[in-house]
Design a protein around this ligand. Structure first.
Ligand SMILES: C[S@@+](CC[C@H](N)C(=O)[O-])C[C@H]1O[C@@H](n2cnc3c(N)ncnc32)[C@H](O)[C@@H]1O
Length: 193
C-alpha cells in the first residue's frame, strides 16, 4: 500500500465523536440520500460516515464500502455489528488502482468520496469507475482536506472527473474542505477523452 494512504491509527481519530462538531454526517448527506438508496462509499476507513449513511438508507437500502485497507474495514464491520447495522453495509477490499465495482454498473444512487482522492494513484480511473457504477441521475460528493490538498491540485482532480464523464454542478459548504458535487453526464465521457 502506497505511503500516501491514511495509516490505521488515523482511522480512530477520523471516527472520533468530536469530529461531529465540524462534520455532521446527517447534515452533509441529507440532500443526497433517501431510504432504500444504494450508496457507494470510497475509502470509508472505520466508517465515520458509513454508520449514519446506513441509518439514512434504512433497512431496504445498502451502503457498499470499498477501501484498500482491510484492517480499517474489519474495524468498520465491528462497529456496524455493534450498532445493529451490519446487514445494510457491504465491505470490500480493493487494490489501489481499481475499485472493482463493475458488478454495480448503473445501480448506485449516490457516491461519497470524502478525503480520499489525494490518496488514490489514478484519479481519472477512480472517476471513470464511479461514473460506470452510478445510475443516470445519481450524484457524487467529493471532499478533500484544505490543509493537505492545494486548490490547484483539487482543480486537477475535478478536471480528471470531467474527462471521465462528470459535470461539476455545485460546491456544498463543508468546513475545512474543498468540495464538489458531480453529476454523471448522460452518454458517458466526452468524445476524445
Ligand atoms: C483520510 S481517510 C478518509 C476516511 C473517511 N472517508 C473519512 O472521511 O472519515 C482515506 C481512506 O481512503 C482509503 N484509500 C486510500 N487509497 C485508496 C484507494 N486507492 N482506493 C480505495 N480506498 C483508498 C484509505 O485506506 C482510508 O481509509
Amino acid at each position: 500500500v502506497a505511503d500516501r494512504v491514511c495509516p490505521y491509527w488515523k482511522g480512530f481519530w477520523l471516527t472520533s465523536p468530536l469530529r461531529r462538531i465540524i462534520h455532521r454526517p446527517e447534515w452533509i448527506l441529507a440532500p443526497y440520500v433517501e431510504r432504500g438508496s444504494t450508496v457507494l462509499e470510497v475509502g470509508p476507513a472505520m466508517g465515520f460516515f458509513t454508520l449514519p449513511l446506513a441509518r439514512m438508507v434504512g433497512p431496504t437500502g445498502r451502503v457498499v464500502c470499498v477501501d484498500v485497507e482491510e484492517r480499517m474495514l474489519r474495524t468498520l464491520a465491528k462497529r456496524a455489528r455493534r450498532a445493529g447495522l451490519a446487514e445494510r453495509i457491504v465491505c470490500r477490499t480493493c487494490p489501489p488502482d481499481s475499485l472493482g465495482v463493475d458488478d454495480l454498473a448503473g445501480q448506485v444512487d449516490f457516491a461519497l468520496v470524502f478525503y480520499v482522492v489525494h490518496e488514490v494513484p489514478d484519479a481519472g480511473r477512480l472517476f471513470a469507475e464511479l461514473a460506470h457504477a452510478l445510475s443516470p441521475d445519481a450524484a457524487c460528493l467529493v471532499a478533500e482536506p484544505k490543509g493537505r490538498v492545494k486548490g490547484r491540485d483539487f482543480a486537477a482532480s475535478l478536471d480528471a472527473a470531467q474527462r471521465s464523464g462528470f459535470t461539476v454542478t455545485g460546491a456544498p459548504k463543508i468546513p475545512w474542505s474543498h468540495t464538489a458535487l458531480l453529476q454523471k453526464n448522460r452518454g458517458g465521457p466526452p468524445l476524445g477523452a
